[in-house]
Design a protein around this ligand. Structure first.
Ligand code: FES
Length: 354
């Protein structure tokens, strides 16, 4: 049996290691350490140092290319290589900004790898296994080794590399900041106002055909989708204004009303609520005549029209804002002002409680 095993090892060309007495195998040790060029030649060391620094600086160049390209090789504005607004302009913009970023990131990585491979210490070390926590003495030695390692890595002695590295790492985040500088204008107070507030006393008009609505037009248990009468296609930013001013009016017998304040902001059981769901802004425009519930089809938020559009169910966190309405001398429904609070989804300074 032993003979057969011995023959197999020789046949396969693997030299057999004789087991130690008592089991186990002798430690084969490490192969002899091969010194790198930079370890033995000061000139090679200097060359490697310059190469590493050069790569870090190429990274800075890549960042600069990205930033410059972001402003002068744009898809819709200035473009040095193609006519603005064309697909060629978009192609050039993507190409040059992408290349700039790729160069910036690649050369940071390449420099770090080359630095480690040519200049950092590469002596093989063997440490026998031992308890996970070393003795205090060992820990002190370890701390000393780390300190020595830092010393040997030459960070303190290689200011050129360190400076170039810091420059490349500091420059890269600027590539992230550059696009931030071209984000759109701040919304200002637009989220707080709608077209209803711009012209107090506007009539409520049917959405789409624009005819104003009389109180007598609103049958019991009916619903109308309305817009301010003065909001037309000639209104500046009319789509944006329509999106914010969308309102629905419902009518129910006031004796079913549970919220006196809400009833007081309507006329004879006709109440107007924002159509924009306070969850994430879908049109909450489904109405159940029997229950007087208004439903949002997106995530099933349900609002009670008889109770100031209070949330009954679903992910919305606040009632649909109510638009106060009145009746003018000719019997038309009018809005004396704006919604008393921002319409739509809650945002940073809107109270979220139900
Ligand atoms: S948007 Fe209305 S429930 Fe989500």
């Amino acid at each position: 049996m032993n003979n057969s095993s011995h023959a197999t090892s020789q046949d396969s060309g693997v030299s057999a290691v004789a087991p130690k007495e008592g089991g186990g195998f002798p430690n084969p040790g490490l192969p002899p350490h091969v010194h790198r060029q930079a370890d033995v030649s000061p000139a090679a060391e200097k060359r490697a140092e310059r190469l590493v620094a050069g790569m870090f600086l190429l990274s800075v160049l890549g960042t600069a290319i990205f930033i410059a390209a972001y402003f002068v090789v744009t898809p819709t504005g200035t473009n040095l290589f193609a006519e603005e607004g064309t697909s060629q302009a978009l192609w050039w913009s993507n190409l040059v900004t992408g290349l700039g970023l790729a160069i910036a990131v690649f050369f940071i990585g390449a420099a770090a790898v080359h630095w480690a491979k040519t200049l950092m210490p590469d002596e093989e070390m063997v440490e026998e296994r031992h308890d996970i926590r070393g003795s205090d003495e060992t820990r002190e030695i370890a701390a000393g080794i780390i300190t020595d390692g830092l010393e040997e890595s030459g960070i303190g002695r290689r200011p050129l590399i360190v400076t170039a590295m810091v420059a490349s790492l500091a420059a890269l985040p600027i590539a992230v900041l550059a696009p931030l500088s071209t984000l759109g204008p701040l919304p200002g107070n637009k989220p707080f106002h709608t077209f209803w507030g711009q012209h107090p006393g506007q009539r409520l008009a049917r959405d789409h055909d624009g005819t104003p609505i009389k109180l007598s037009d609103v049958a019991m248990n009916s619903i109308f989708h309305v817009m301010p009468e003065g909001l037309t296609e000639d209104t500046p930013h009319h789509l944006e204004e329509r999106a914010k001013a969308a309102t629905m009016i419902v009518r129910f017998d006031p004796k079913f009303g549970k919220n006196p304040e809400s009833l007081a902001n309507g006329v004879e059981g006709v109440l107007a609520f924002s159509k924009i769901c306070t969850h994430v802004g879908c049109p909450a425009a489904l109405y159940e005549q029997q229950t007087h519930h208004m439903l949002c089809p997106c995530h099933q938020s349900t609002f009670d029209a008889t109770d100031g559009a209070k949330v009954l169910f679903g992910p919305a966190h606040r009632p649909l804002p109510q638009l106060p309405i009145e009746v003018d001398d000719e019997g038309y429904l009018v809005a004396p002002g704006d919604f008393p609070e921002p319409i739509g989804p809650s945002f940073w300074n809107i109270h979220k409680d139900k």
